[in-house]
Write a protein that binds this ligand. Structure first.
Ligand SMILES: [Zn+2]
Length: 284
């Protein structure tokens, strides 16, 4: 079983400094593009003390309640393109549909994995953050799934308890605070779309077609989509190191925004409350 690393003190880095650290791991992202992204420290840190960064892009037109979209990349640190594509999209959010939505954007959910000597899927504790969310029955199902179905694959270790990691706790807190109507989580390298939760699944974004990958104890799709009743789209880019073409980066974005506009409905406070109430109690 992977051992637990002690949390390191927070590193108070300026954007120039964290961009300098990140860009060697972000294909096609320059220092200028990284800074232009306008991300800010959230006050939360990874296990090794790296700042967890985010930004809000509010809707331009607020006549009706805008759809709230939570967009995240890099939950698996060795999926470099999943973080890089967020910077590329953010530089180009100028269409009227995207501007009609409220965005909360978290480009690098697992900076310790991304920045490890050899980029790592897991966080600094050896935990697969995408198996660390508090789905019902996690305490029995997640360890059993890990041992039996993955044969204790260290790359799939769900952690010792749900939300045991600062990075997964941060995502959970963002879900609570921002109350998204839809969650988009970018991965690589399976080259497909996956979908969990209420709403018609997307058929294709760019060249990526819907292909249900499966449902796992502790995954964000299972937790957000099935249990919190927020549609979760998992975008699996086709390559973890090499970015899609510029045209394809754009097409995925355009198709995604169009799908959100056509298929996602704004959740009422009542819906949110009902899903919160029925969601499993979270122990910290
Ligand atoms: Zn992944």
């Amino acid at each position: 079983m992977p051992s637990s690393a002690a949390a390191a003190p927070p590193q108070e880095l300026a954007p120039e400094q964290w961009c300098e650290r990140l860009i060697p791991r972000l294909p096609t992202v320059t220092q200028a593009l990284c800074l232009q992204g306008g991300f800010a420290a959230t006050g939360r840190h990874s296990l090794q003390g790296f700042p967890l960064i985010a930004k809000d892009v509010p809707a331009v037109n607020r006549r009706k309640r805008p759809l709230r979209v939570l967009l995240m990349g890099g939950i698996h640190g060795d999926e470099l393109t999943s973080a890089a594509i967020i910077y590329r999209w953010v530089a180009d959010m100028n269409g009227p549909l995207a501007q009609s939505m409220d965005w909360r954007i978290m480009p690098v959910v697992n900076p310790d994995g991304l920045l490890a000597k050899k980029a790592s899927r897991m966080n600094a504790n050896g935990v697969d953050l995408n198996r660390n969310f508090p789905t019902p029955g996690w305490e029995t199902e997640a360890p059993r799934y890990w041992q039996v179905r993955t044969r204790a694959d260290p790359r799939r270790f769900p952690g010792m308890a749900p939300l045991s990691e600062p990075e997964s706790r941060w995502v959970e807190d963002e879900m609570h605070g921002f109350r998204p109507d839809v969650i988009i989580s970018v991965h690589a390298p399976f080259g497909v779309l996956d979908f969990d939760g209420p709403a018609q699944p997307p058929h294709r974004f760019g060249r990526l077609m819907l292909n249900r990958v499966g449902i796992y104890p502790g995954s964000l799709g299972n937790y957000g989509g099935v249990h919190r009743k927020v549609p979760v789209i998992t975008i699996e880019l086709p390559n973890a190191q090499q970015m899609p073409s510029q045209a394809e980066v754009r097409r995925i974005w355009v198709d995604m925004v169009r799908w959100i506009a056509d298929n996602v409905r704004a959740r009422s406070e009542k819906d949110v409350q009902a899903a919160d109430d029925s969601a499993p109690a979270v122990r910290r």
